[in-house]
Design a protein around this ligand. Structure first.
Ligand code: SIN
Length: 280
């Protein structure tokens, strides 16, 4: 394996990796080291890369085959890539990914991870947070563990569906287009409350407030106090890292072991990142 210069952001979550030039093809040794680093840190960051889309897709394939995301309209000339864009004149609107979520957890087979490549960033704000759900599980109080262990959670594509659609003012602005009011997104998918990452074999909590609505066999109002308690635990700052983007930075995260949150605090400035997704 290749030796990496790994600079942790926090005790458990997130590390910057300095050195590799990802605009060049990644050889097998480096690929193995990068996958290992992702398994160790759940989200890894590469400063000063300035990747074009071809290099971003090549990097994505180091972690798994490229997958396409439903409901979010991709770039017209490349269906593998989503432009995560908020224009300077989109003010007082929601932002794509602006609450804790793990990507498309309501699908039967959610993507294993994503790559985000910063092209243009605001002079301040626009950070992204990740919360490590392996660390959150390890520190879960016994009472909560007993309440969820062996149970399933119902996930629904709330923002895209009909019955749970968010109010207009909370929706993402116009530059990123999403399919709305699709009854298919109201379909309930059952997933284990504690899921296993098929790549690293690590166990992680599988709740997120964007898509997880209740425990299987319980009504939403019955589940709500438990889900609230789990949510307060899973997003404790000790399990999180917060990344300040610079143009040219690339992030790769494990979608099975983390949640993430795009902070919407840069009205009046443009922010543009390319996103690709990988699966098994
Ligand atoms: C996302 O949820 O994938 C977007 C994250 C971000 O824009 O920071």
């Amino acid at each position: 394996m290749a030796a990496l210069d790994i600079r942790p952001l926090t005790r458990w979550t997130g590390a910057e990796i300095v050195g590799p030039d990802l605009s060049e093809p990644v050889d097998d040794n480096l690929a193995e080291s990068l996958r290992r680093a992702l398994g160790d840190w759940q989200v890894i960051f590469f400063p000063d890369q300035h990747l074009d889309i071809a290099a971003q897709k090549r990097l994505t394939r180091v972690f798994g085959p490229l997958t396409r995301s439903p409901y979010v309209v991709p770039m017209a000339d490349d269906p593998d890539v989503i432009a995560v864009l908020k224009e300077a004149d989109e003010v007082n609107v929601g932002v794509f990914g602006g609450d804790w979520h793990s990507d498309f957890s309501f699908l039967k087979d959610p993507p294993l991870g994503s790559v985000l490549n910063a092209v243009e960033v605001p002079p301040w704000g626009g950070d992204t947070l990740w919360a490590n759900q392996v660390a959150a599980l390890e520190a879960l109080p016994d009472t909560l563990r007993q309440a969820i262990e062996g149970r399933n959670v119902i996930h629904i594509g709330k923002p895209y569906g009909v019955s749970h659609a968010p109010p207009e003012e909370e929706r993402a602005g116009g530059s990123i287009r999403m399919v709305r009011n699709d009854p298919e997104a109201d379909r309930e998918t059952e997933h284990p409350a504690i899921r296993i990452d098929p790549v690293s074999g690590q166990f992680a909590l599988n709740f997120n407030p964007t898509y997880a609505v209740r425990l299987s066999g319980m009504r939403e109002d019955e589940s709500a106090p438990l889900l609230d308690a789990v949510h307060r635990h899973t997003t404790r700052p000790e399990f999180c890292c917060r990344f300040r983007w610079r143009a040219g930075c690339v992030a790769v995260w494990n979608n099975y072991t983390t949640m993430h949150y795009a902070v919407n605090d840069y009205d009046g400035h443009r922010r543009m990142l390319y996103r690709t997704t990988f699966g098994k």
